[in-house]
Design a protein around this ligand. Structure first.
Ligand code: SF4
Length: 293
């Protein structure tokens, strides 16, 4: 047998066995958390391996039920990085017959991450994340979506949990989990993460075996940031003590109900843009104000 993967119990998988194993694992997550129901699903696509894998599996399930999957890609304006991934996403969506909506921050706000970095002393990922979360929610709502599916995998989630721990922001983790539900507001579109229990390594193998044509280029802003430091640390720990990442996720899921029960800020409409926010002025409008000063 030509082995493509060996799991923690040392079981070996051929190509076809691995694809079955991977898809079954994702299906179990979707069923366990009732992610799809009869809801209209929009998939957030970046053109990278995780989002294309999510889109492929959801499209496979939904098209069998005669349902349509649409995708949103946010172009955050990062020179040399986003362009090839947009091309990958376009090619992929055409092949899978998924309608792709590309939203550009430059068109929406008249600037992208690169321009913002020239004016503001703010972490690029904070700028990028603020723009992306805002636009995804706004445009998914315009498309009448009930849920946004994202490509977060087990590694991403374990990193975010640890980052919140290290920074003393454990309460922020209430917004994590396979289905986001900490904020109940009709203007906030729920997020689902079908890849929640599959590892980065498993997604990479699946993407390669399925030949999605992903470029695997890294964002220039990802080098030496806090996340990459935590990622390297967790990878090192996982190599020495297999199962560490799953351990973080499983113990986090046990704590999640109590995190979500903690008192939260009331959700109001941002007094500037009318989008939902936990503050009088949302973080996107705050960013716009700083940029325009
Ligand atoms: S590394 Fe940071 S700036 Fe680059 S795409 Fe990711 S969040 Fe955006």
């Amino acid at each position: 047998m030509n082995t493509v993967y060996i799991d923690q119990s040392k079981k070996k998988y051929s190509k076809s066995q691995f694809i079955k194993y991977f898809e079954a694992k994702v299906m179990r997550t979707i069923r366990k958390y009732d992610m799809l129901g009869k809801d209209k699903i929009i998939v957030a696509i970046s053109g990278g391996k995780d989002s294309l894998t999510t889109a492929h599996i959801l499209n496979k399930i939904l098209s069998k039920q005669g349902r349509i999957l649409e995708a949103i890609l946010i172009d955050e304006g990062i020179e040399g990085y986003r362009k090839p991934t947009i091309e990958d996403a376009k090619r992929f969506c055409k092949k899978e017959s998924i309608k792709l909506h590309i939203i550009s921050t430059k068109k929406e706000f008249k600037f992208g991450v690169d321009e913002a970095l020239k004016k503001l002393r703010i972490n690029p990922c904070t700028i990028c994340g603020t723009m992306r979360r805002y636009l995804l929610n706004k445009y998914a709502r315009k498309l009448k979506a009930d849920k946004i599916a994202t490509g977060h995998n087990l590694d991403d989630e374990a990193q975010t949990i640890m980052m919140n721990q290290y920074k003393g922001n454990i309460q922020l983790s209430a917004k994590l989990g396979p289905v986001t539900g900490a904020i109940e507001n009709k203007k906030f579109i729920k997020r689902i993460k079908p890849l929640y229990f599959v590892t980065e390594k498993e997604v990479t193998i699946y993407t390669t075996l399925k030949n999605f044509g992903v470029s695997y280029n890294e964002c220039p802003n990802s080098k030496d940031n806090f996340r990459s430091l935590v990622r390297d640390q967790l990878n090192e720990l996982e190599n020495r003590y297999p199962g560490v990442k799953s351990g973080i996720i499983n113990s986090f899921l046990e704590q999640l109900p109590s995190l979500r029960n903690a008192p939260k800020n009331k959700i109001v409409e941002c007094k500037s843009c009318r989008e939902p926010s936990s503050r009088q002025v949302c973080s996107m409008c705050e960013l716009l104000e700083k940029y325009r000063k």
